[in-house]
Design a protein around this ligand. Structure first.
Ligand code: 2HA
Ligand code: ZN
Length: 273
């Protein structure tokens, strides 16, 4: 029997937290990731059957009772997770009353889940209603996207269409567009409520002058969504930095053609065709 630390879940999780760091999107203790695991996945590992601690959460997670989440710890640095997974990451199970979590693996220095955990849980609950395969919530600080939130109007339709037009791939990866919430203090249930409300219709949400909050059916999907949005923002910023003169772009009709060819549905009312 292998130990959980040697499982593919820890391998995939720690690989991505290192990549997020290496992209420069999770400086210091910036960012947080949570990954829903099933009972069947967890029960293969004998060393996750025991509850080491129970800690209260600032959120009523009754809808998620019994679910398991692998989650980054509060104050932990993404650059270190690969080296100290059982210290910087924990596997938690939402307790029956939904008001606390049982730590069943990790956080072995007395740590606890990220300050954004209530927001993650609200996000999981919302996205599970949209997509039964929902597994991952990923928050990070992508440089170009943050920069764009200083110079671009914070309008969902405008920013989505601009990001769609920055590269052919965009509309195929995020046909549902990108949501935006107002600037808010992070790490509390208020930003959680506003963000999860947006996640009803968008798979990712921009936190202006802060970063992005993205969801997905897998670690690769959530990461790929962020990568694609950030790449589009980078192209936008390069265009601005090189004079901003657009000679040609992808038209709304071309975006519609792309969506049809790839079998995706662009957000209703966004394309003028
Ligand atoms: O975990 O990124 O938004 C640190 C953050 C909070
Ligand atoms: Zn953050």
């Amino acid at each position: 029997m292998t130990n959980f630390i040697d499982s593919p879940f820890i391998r995939d999780f720690t690989k991505i937290t290192l990549q997020l760091y290496e992209h420069g999107w999770d400086e210091r203790n910036g960012g947080n990731v949570s990954y829903r695991l099933t009972e069947g996945e967890v029960s293969q590992y004998e060393d996750v059957q025991k509850i080491s601690r129970n800690i209260p959460i600032d959120f009523d997670g009754a809808d998620l009772a019994g679910m398991y989440f692998l989650v980054t710890g509060t104050g932990k640095y993404f650059k270190n997770i690969i080296e100290f997974p059982n210290r910087d990451v924990g596997l938690v199970r939402i307790a029956e009353d939904g008001k606390s979590v049982d730590i069943v693996w990790g956080f072995n220095d007395g740590g606890k889940p990220t300050s954004e955990f209530p927001t993650h849980l609200m996000g999981h609950a919302t996205r599970l209603k949209v997509n039964p395969n929902q597994r991952v919530i990923m928050h990070c600080h992508p440089t170009n996207l943050i920069a764009m939130t200083f110079t671009f109007p914070l309008d969902e339709k405008e920013i989505t269409k601009t990001l769609w037009k920055m590269q052919t791939e965009s509309i195929v990866v995020f046909p549902d567009g990108v949501g935006i919430v107002p600037w808010m203090v992070p790490g509390n249930t208020e930003i959680g409520k506003v963000t999860s409300d947006k996640l009803k219709e968008f798979s990712s949400v921009i936190w202006p002058q802060h970063g992005i909050f993205a969801s997905g059916s897998s670690i690769d999907e959530a990461f790929g969504l962020i990568e694609t949005i950030e790449k589009a923002a980078e192209i936008y910023n390069i265009i601005q930095a090189t004079g901003g003169q657009i000679q040609q772009t992808i038209t709304d009709q071309q975006l519609a053609n792309l969506a049809r060819a790839f079998g995706v549905k662009p957000k209703k009312g966004y394309l003028e065709v």
